[in-house]
Ligand binder design. Structure first.
Ligand code: ZN
Length: 363
């Protein structure tokens, strides 16, 4: 049989699809599976070791067109990890570090994605076979994230393009009580050879096509957003003509604590602080709880402080190191200021080392 498209269902209690901003101490997740994460999963199913993937397999996989349908965006959540408490750990500069290494890892909880991969039919058949009897256990971005249903959604079929492939699979609830959304966002590969005179509006560049897993080297691809309409029965259809892609990004999945009352309080705090970080005076993108006593919507204005993301990440890491309870760090307190700024400098230097390394490996 000649089918050019196979389908993956990526859903589970947790998933985490790291992108280029996701290294070292603060490891974030993308809103949807990355090409690197999906190719890693396919290589694991095929039983190819990380360092051997670059010997041909990543080239073959690179010929596949990928589309991801966000059936359930999930909720973002953080995990706090320590490595090597009480021992002297070797660090990259070989000096070693006393005490544990700390990192924060972001996950998507209860998300569900439909992934369509389109390409040459023998390759599709080979990958489908591997996924039916995977050599190594598949996981959703990190080893700690097992899938909650079989990865293969349905047998491979033939489709003229990836968007019609994604529209051929009905939406289904991930959890009891999930109702079909009106629209489903899809993230699709776009290539200049697609016949459009210029790139569709709203296309973005993702640096997530793996050239090698060890060392990690990625090349860019264009990604466009399209929307699919969902009928109340779960049936899916193409909402707009190709080339007139829907460009509005859906809201990022928010954490549960971002309820209406908290959002209002957060807005007031940001206005009060003139939308500037209380520590470094950069534009503030978030607020820090200095106490969790009233967290969840009953916060007083004085329970929050406006902060930029970087200072907030730094303050959170300092808190972790001090085993704080319900009362947290007040970034305006001179006692904490120096510690937060030092941690902030550490994060910046981690990131710039990483950027330099990436530039070298790409150059
Ligand atoms: Zn700041």
């Amino acid at each position: 049989m000649c089918a050019n498209t196979f389908f993956l269902r990526l859903e589970g209690p947790l998933q985490s699809w790291g992108d280029q901003q996701s290294r070292f101490v603060v490891r974030r997740t993308s809103e949807a599976p990355t090409k690197s994460g999906v190719f890693g999963l396919l290589c694991a199913a095929l039983g190819i070791e990380r360092r051997r993937c670059a010997e041909g397999w990543l080239d073959r996989l690179g010929s596949l067109r990928m589309g991801v349908r966000i059936d359930r965006p999930g909720v973002r959540w953080w995990d706090y990890q320590t490595v090597g408490a009480g021992s002297r750990l070797r660090t990259a500069d070989s000096t070693g570090k006393e005490g544990p290494l700390l990192s924060r890892r972001e996950y998507l909880c209860d998300a569900s994605f439909l992934v369509a991969l389109q390409g040459e039919s023998t390759l599709v058949a080979e990958l489908e076979r591997a996924l039916r009897e995977p050599c190594w256990v598949p996981y959703l971005g990190r080893k700690s994230c097992p899938p909650s249903s079989p990865i293969l959604e349905r047998p491979a079929t033939d489709h003229p393009d990836v968007i019609s492939a994604l529209a051929s699979v009905p939406w289904r609830p991930r959890l009891k009580g999930d109702l079909p959304p009106e629209l489903l966002t899809c993230l699709l590969d776009w290539h200049p050879s697609d016949g459009l005179p210029r790139a569709p509006t709203g296309e973005r560049v993702s640096y997530d096509v793996p050239v090698s897993f060890e060392p990690p080297v990625h090349r860019p691809r264009f990604v466009v957003r399209r929307e699919l309409k969902v009928a109340p029965t779960g049936g899916v259809s193409i909402a707009k003509e190709p080339g007139q892609s829907a460009t509005t990004a859906p809201p990022r999945p928010r954490a549960d604590y971002a309820n209406g009352r908290f959002r209002q309080r957060r807005k007031e705090r940001l206005q009060t602080d003139r939308e500037l970080c209380v520590l470094c005076k950069s534009p503030a993108g978030t607020v820090q709880h200095i106490t969790y006593r009233r967290a969840g919507g009953d916060e007083l204005l004085d329970d929050l402080r406006s902060m930029c993301r970087l200072c907030h990440d730094a303050a959170t890491m300092v808190e972790y190191g001090h085993g704080m309870g319900i009362d947290r760090i007040n970034p305006e307190d001179p006692k904490w200021r120096g510690k937060i700024l030092a941690k902030r400098a550490e994060i910046v230097s981690f990131r710039s080392v990483e950027n330099r390394r990436r530039r070298l490996s790409e150059g």
